[in-house]
Structure formats: structure tokens, C-alpha cells
Design a protein around this ligand. Structure first.
Ligand code: SAH
Ligand code: SF4
Ligand code: F3S
Length: 445
């Protein structure tokens, strides 16, 4: 039997990392890339920060609150470092890119600050920090980096594939173009290779992600072409995509959704505001009328399509009347679901210095009113599922009740149901009732 000391040193031989991810799907995917890079370098993942030799926080900068949470969490790690002086703490992701060395001023226990284009260097940067004990900041913008050769390993029946990185839109409120650099698309053949690999590993739902998937362009193919190519390679898995920019959602993409059997009937189409004047100030590149036309086309051509959106209230210069227009448009369109936000000032963006900044209380009041209205609409839209039979992709057992299963409709709605099924199956569920917002039913046929 190995001695205790031997066992201890043996156990210690692999360094352990803990990673916590904030922000959007792109960040979640980046975290799995980082996990792969660290695993290749001999690290093991742990779910317990107290056990870790390396702690990484993959951060978001999109609103002030998101930044504050990450900095707060980093400062909370100070006591772990007091217990284990060898612990290395890194801030990666969008906050790292936008704040650089300033992160270390705000959270002095941080040793590494690494931006989204520089993850390949992480193992080397960690080694260099460990040797010198001098903090490392790397926020180089590498326009050609897409991590195209570093596929994430699927750990569920659902997976994301980034088809592009960065953003060229510079919506005047948004920090993403400053944290993620310019838009770059991955070649279609690389994406299809990843699709095949995922479906071989039993993945049943693939979401193509990018800040503006409709402007996908690899030099040979646009987004509609990509949907068709992926559809022909995907077998019986479902395809989703996000985010669509209303300016760039063309009829050819809508036609591809209709034609491609694997592409689900759901479009996430951020409206942001129901006032064309505010949309101009936001630099969104469409009017409310143009947006409505896209909605009409989608609803006319894609049978049963679900439409979801992002809404942003309290943008500088937004008057009561602009806000009322947003409420009117929201009622008229009746989105299936909306992510709703109060405007948060981001340094570097154009909106930060615009006239007519709306007081915080007013932004919060408007948000509350909007949420009240949209939540009722979401419930009504879900109620229309009652007594319908829908095709559900099974995700697994419900956490609340092991006798029930959870899954998703093609329109991306959660469905809870009774009956025998396992993750990855497709079943038909007859929806019988709504509990809160959630549709409940049983397997039929
Ligand atoms: N590329 C996507 C996602 C961007 S971030 C898109 O264009 O929709 C997701 C959402 O966060 C945005 O749609 C917007 O509604 C919100 N958002 C972005 N910047 C914000 C800010 N400064 N304050 C509040 N919400 C913001
Ligand atoms: Fe931000 Fe606009 Fe780009 Fe979306 S499209 S990431 S809101 S700049
Ligand atoms: Fe995503 Fe937040 Fe960055 S939304 S792109 S993680 S700023």
C-alpha cells in the first residue's frame, strides 16, 4: 500500500482548475475550449474552488451588474489565496478585454488577465506567472483567431457551434464590439466537420451561434447556404441558431428555415426598441416598420414559428412617448418570450456620452412595466399549446419530480411530461395544462 505521503504527492501530481462562466453562449463555449486547452496541458477540472490550484472566472461586460458580480466574486477569492498562497487566479473573457490591467486594481488577488483572443497562450502564461510571480495581462486582438481546430467535447445532448466571432455593428449602447473585436466567420467545411463529430457523439440539438449569424460569410457561403449545408449533414438532430440581426435577416434565410427539415421554427430577433427614432440613435439599421415586415414574412412562411426578442429600455433620449411605442409594438407582435434589460452605461460606447441620459429610477420603472406586460403575453402564447400535440426532444428527468421528464418543443419551449422516455429521444406530447408558464402533458402515439 502506498504511504500517506506518497499518496498525497501522487494525488497532487495533476494540477486542478476550477472555472466559472458568466455571460452569453459564446462565453460558455469559450470556457469549454479553455477546459480542453488546460486538459491537454495536464490539468484536471474540479467543481470545488477550494480544491483548485487555478481558478478562472470567464467574465461578461455587457452590463454594469455583470462586471460587478465578477469583480465581487474575484475579491471573495482573497481568503482562498490566504489559505493557499500558490493558488493562481485568472480573469478571462470580456471584462478582461475591456478593463485590462485595471481588473487587478479592482481585485488585487487577480494574477492573470487574458482576453478572448489569447486563450491558446493560457498554459504558457500560467507557467510564466508561476515562475516570476509577476501578474500577467494579455489582451491582444487577434483577428484571425477562431479556435477552429479546437472543438469542444459535448457533455450533453445539446451543443453550441460558434460559426463566427466578433461583431461589426457598433450598436451605440453595446460593448461587445470592443471586447470581441471584428467579425470573422469560420469556413463552412470546418463547421460541417464539427456538426458530424457532434452527431456521431449522440448530440441531438446543435445551436449555431454568433453575434449576428445573418451576416455569416466565409467568402463562399452566406448564412442561408450554411443552413442548407448543415441540414444535409445533421442526420436526425435539430438545428437552431442565434442571434439574428433584424437588418440582416433576409428572405433567403426564411426560405432556408422552411426548406430545411432539421432547422427549428424559432427565430430570436432582438427588437430593442419600438421607436424608430430610438432605433436610429441606437444605430440598429432598421425602422419599426421594417422590423414588422420581417415578422410578417416569418409568420407567413414558417408555419408555427416562435419569435423571441431582446428589449432595452431607458436608452439615452428615450421619452415616455418612445417607451409607450415600445409597449404598443410588444403588444402588437406578442413575442413568445423576451429578454428585457434596463440600459446600462458602458464606457467607450457612443451612447455613454449622448444627451438625455434617463435617470436610473425611470429606467427601472419602465423595465418593471414592460416585464409585467410581456410576461402575461408569454403565458398566453404558451397557453395556446394546451390540447396541442408537439414533438419533444427529451432532455432527461425533471429535477423536481423524477417521475416526470423535461424536453423542448421545436419552438424552443420547455415541456414537462409523464411517460417512459430517455434523453435524446423524440416523443409526441399532448399538452394538457399550464403550470405557471410551463406546459405539462403526456406522451401520446
Ligand atoms: N449580438 C446579440 C447579443 C448582444 S448582448 C444581439 O445583437 O442581440 C444581448 C443583449 O444585451 C442585447 O440584445 C441588448 O438588449 C442587451 N444589452 C447590450 N448592451 C446593453 C447595455 N449597455 N445595457 C443594457 N442592455 C444591453
Ligand atoms: Fe452588440 Fe449590436 Fe453587435 Fe449585438 S449586434 S453584439 S447588440 S453591437
Ligand atoms: Fe457575451 Fe457578455 Fe461578452 S454577452 S460577448 S460575455 S460582454
Amino acid at each position: 500500500m502506498p504511504s500517506r505521503e506518497f499518496k498525497k504527492s501522487y494525488e497532487k501530481s495533476a494540477l486542478r482548475f476550477y472555472i466559472k462562466t458568466y455571460g452569453c453562449q459564446m462565453n460558455k463555449h469559450d470556457s469549454s475550449i479553455v477546459k480542453g486547452l488546460l486538459a491537454k496541458d495536464g490539468y484536471e477540472e474540479t467543481n470545488n474552488p477550494e480544491d483548485a490550484d487555478l481558478i478562472l472566472l470567464n467574465t461578461c461586460s455587457v452590463r454594469r451588474h455583470a462586471e460587478a458580480r465578477a469583480i465581487g466574486r474575484a475579491n471573495n477569492l482573497t481568503n482562498l489565496k490566504a489559505k493557499n498562497p500558490d493558488l493562481v487566479i485568472g480573469i478571462i473573457g470580456c471584462l478582461a478585454q475591456s478593463k485590462g490591467a485595471k481588473v487587478i486594481q479592482d481585485a488585487p488577488c487577480v494574477d492573470l488577465v487574458v482576453g478572448p483572443d489569447c486563450y491558446r497562450d493560457l498554459p504558457e502564461l500560467i507557467r510564466s506567472y508561476t515562475k516570476s510571480r509577476r501578474s500577467v495581462v494579455l489582451t491582444e486582438v487577434r483577428q484571425s483567431e477562431t479556435y477552429g481546430d479546437l472543438n469542444a467535447r459535448p457533455d450533453a445532448i445539446s451543443a453550441f457551434i460558434p460559426i463566427m466571432r466578433g461583431c461589426n455593428n457598433f450598436c451605440s449602447y453595446c460593448i461587445v464590439p470592443y471586447t470581441r473585436g471584428r467579425e470573422r466567420s469560420r469556413p463552412a467545411r470546418e463547421i460541417v466537420g464539427e456538426v458530424r463529430e457532434l452527431t456521431r457523439n449522440d448530440v441531438k440539438e446543435i445551436t449555431l451561434i454568433g453575434q449576428n449569424v445573418n451576416s455569416y460569410n466565409d467568402g463562399e457561403h452566406g448564412f442561408a447556404d450554411l443552413l442548407r449545408i448543415v441540414d444535409s449533414a445533421v442526420g436526425d438532430a435539430r438545428i437552431r441558431f442565434t442571434t439574428s440581426h433584424p437588418r440582416d435577416l433576409g428572405d433567403e434565410v426564411v426560405s432556408a428555415i422552411v426548406e430545411c427539415e432539421s432547422v427549428c421554427e424559432h427565430i430570436h430577433l432582438p427588437l430593442q426598441s419600438g421607436s424608430s427614432r430610438v432605433l436610429t440613435l441606437m444605430n440598429r439599421g432598421y425602422t419599426v416598420e421594417e422590423y414588422m415586415e420581417k415578422v410578417d414574412t416569418a409568420r407567413r412562411l414558417v408555419k408555427g414559428v416562435a419569435l423571441t426578442t431582446d428589449l432595452l429600455v431607458g436608452f439615452p433620449g428615450e421619452t415616455d412617448s418612445d417607451f409607450k411605442q415600445t409597449l404598443d409594438v410588444v403588444r402588437e407582435i406578442a413575442f413568445d418570450f423576451a429578454y428585457m434589460f434596463a440600459y446600462s452605461t458602458r464606457k467607450k460606447t457612443r451612447a455613454a456620452t449622448m444627451e438625455g441620459q434617463v435617470p436610473r429610477e425611470v429606467r427601472q420603472e419602465r423595465l418593471k412595466e414592460l416585464i409585467g406586460i410581456q410576461n402575461k403575453i408569454t403565458e398566453e402564447r404558451n397557453r395556446s399549446l394546451v390540447s396541442e400535440t408537439v414533438e419533444v426532444l427529451v432532455w432527461g428527468k425533471s429535477k423536481n419530480n423524477p417521475r416526470e421528464n423535461v424536453g423542448k418543443s421545436r419552438t424552443n419551449k420547455d415541456i414537462v411530461f409523464r411517460g417512459e422516455a430517455k434523453a435524446g429521444d423524440y416523443v409526441n406530447v399532448k399538452v394538457e395544462e399550464l403550470r405557471g408558464w410551463t406546459a405539462y402533458g403526456r406522451i401520446v402515439g
